[in-house]
Design a protein around this ligand. Structure first.
Ligand SMILES: Cc1ncc(COP(=O)(O)O)c(C=O)c1O
Length: 405
């Protein structure tokens, strides 16, 4: 198998449209990916053929909805190599998954305990722990990064101690593209008895996530960055950790026995999934995972690296462009500043040429402050982007440079 880009792109109806008479060049994939027809079909099919609530109906539609919904959980469990399907908890996304863990940990943290994050966090994996520490009296430790955007490994080692209760690190930085060595970082944290949470929002779509070989306790990701719908995501957690994790939302679906005075909780995964879930979302995410898994992963990864390499070479050749994030091990994310131009102006001019990028603080304000910049322009590539689109990005950037000089 290899990557047939033309037929791959044809599966994404949105990509064939024009913006202001120019072909759409969608390079905002780290914010959200586009959806293949297979995912759209799975959602439409749910609503047109078997819309009903799950786990509670005594009728055909509910049985079929439940079957598709739980099949999606199986797909996700297989995809990340969970050791049991019960370890896959549906959430609304990465943010909610991290909040679920933080909410439970806040009960256990006390003064003297430490939580470790890095300088490259998205706010979702920073503000959660900052607030959990503020509530509990624990201390937040922030591992510095080098100017390249790589984690300072010596600092990581030195900050770990017997007081470290949790290490929460991104698999991949959304702002810099850096891929962190999560397996070895997890092993080090484990030597100190810490729990490890991986923010996989950006890591999941770049292939080969195996939670058992990473060795972490939690891995969080969002469906919409993996060709699936918005409003659905996953908290994967080790069964031994999750089965006693404090429940954080209570109500229907998650109980075992209820009286007017008290309640007892059900078993995993339901005990952490209160209320009617996002059924269509889970089914859509299951379809996305099945679709993605069927691709030739080495070819996908090689293609993404080719896009990044071409973009990096053209960026280095464009005078006045400064790349933010130059780690050797990166995914297809190119954050940059164009001379003295404000990133928002660059984004605006690119948009007029059909090129969609992200501009701003990348939901990482402390990281931007660390670099002494207000934000960046960010082009992020996905498997359906082409080398021609990378060229179109740079001809649009050259135009922007002339207009803003
Ligand atoms: C590294 C990282 N973590 C967390 C998030 C939050 O994801 P969501 O908004 O889907 O919950 C994002 C989203 O961009 C991200 O890039």
């Amino acid at each position: 198998m290899s990557l047939d880009l033309q037929s791959l792109r044809a599966q994404f109806p949105i990509l064939s449209q024009q913006v202001d008479g120019k072909p759409l060049v969608y390079l905002d994939n780290a914010a959200t990916t586009q959806k293949p027809q297979a995912v759209i079909d799975a959602i439409v099919s749910f609503y047109t053929q078997c819309n009903a609530n799950v786990h509670r109906g005594a009728h055909h539609l509910s049985d079929e909805a439940t079957r598709r919904y739980e099949k999606a959980r199986d797909s996700v469990a297989r995809f990340i190599n969970a050791s049991a399907r019960e370890e896959v908890i549906w959430t609304s996304g990465t943010t909610e998954a991290i909040n679920l863990v933080a909410n439970g940990l806040a009960f256990q943290l006390k003064q003297g305990d430490e939580v470790m994050v890095t300088e490259m966090e998205h706010h979702a994996n920073l503000v959660t722990w900052q607030q959990a520490c503020l509530k509990s009296g624990a201390t937040l430790k922030v591992v510095p990064i080098h100017d390249s955007g790589e984690l300072d490994m010596n600092a990581f080692d030195n900050l770990l101690s017997a007081n470290t209760r949790l290490v929460a690190i991104p698999h991949v930085s959304n702002a810099l593209g850096t891929v962190n060595p999560i397996q070895s970082l997890t092993a080090k944290a484990k030597q100190h008895g810490a729990l490890v949470l991986i923010d996989g929002a950006q890591g999941i779509a770049h292939g080969n996530v195996d939670v058992q070989s990473i060795g972490c306790d939690f891995y969080a990701f969002s469906g919409h960055k993996l060709f699936g719908p918005t409003g659905i995501g996953v908290l994967w957690g080790k069964q031994s950790v999750l089965q006693d994790w404090p429940v954080w939302q209570v109500g229907g679906e998650m109980i075992s026995d209820v009286t007017y005075q008290s309640a007892t909780w059900g078993v995993l995964p339901n005990r952490l999934e209160a209320g009617t879930p996002n059924i269509a979302g889970a089914i859509g995410l299951g379809a996305a995972v099945d679709w993605f898994t069927a691709l030739d992963m080495p070819a996908v990864q090689a293609h993404e690296q080719q896009l990044l390499q071409s973009a990096t070479e053209q960026a280095e050749a464009l005078e006045g462009l400064r790349i933010i994030g130059t780690a050797p091990n990166k995914v297809g994310v190119l954050s940059f500043l164009l001379a003295d131009a404000h990133p928002a102006d660059v984004g605006f001019i690119l948009d007029r040429q059909g090129v969609a990028i992200r501009t701003g603080d990348n939901c990482a304000q402390p990281l931007m402050k660390r670099f002494g910049i207000p934000g960046t322009a960010r082009a992020s590539f996905s498997i359906y982007n082409t080398l021609e689109e990378v060229d179109m990005l740079f001809s649009a950037l050259k135009k922007a440079k002339m207009m803003l000089a």
